[in-house]
Ligand binder design. Sequence first.
Ligand SMILES: [Zn+2]
Length: 89
Amino acid sequence: MAACDVLYHDPAHAGPGGAWRPCSARGAVWTDPDLVLRFVCDKHRRQLTALHAAGLADRIRWARDGLAIGTPTHTQGGSPCASTPPAST
Ligand SMILES: [Zn+2]
């Protein structure tokens, strides 16, 4: 069974690599708002949802990469990316 992919901060067990510990709880499939499939436990799923809602998704650390299943920027009738090069030359 897949374990939770989240790394959590545990200062009580800080080692040479820091205090980030893998979560050993059993994970269930969860798709984050960026359309990446993860395995997360119940407890962390709630925390992750809250972090994403607060715009703090970059604070999350993962034991392994998730599986991207889509492009979150694909919105109906949306404007194209703001990466259009300037019309110079
Ligand atoms: Zn967890």
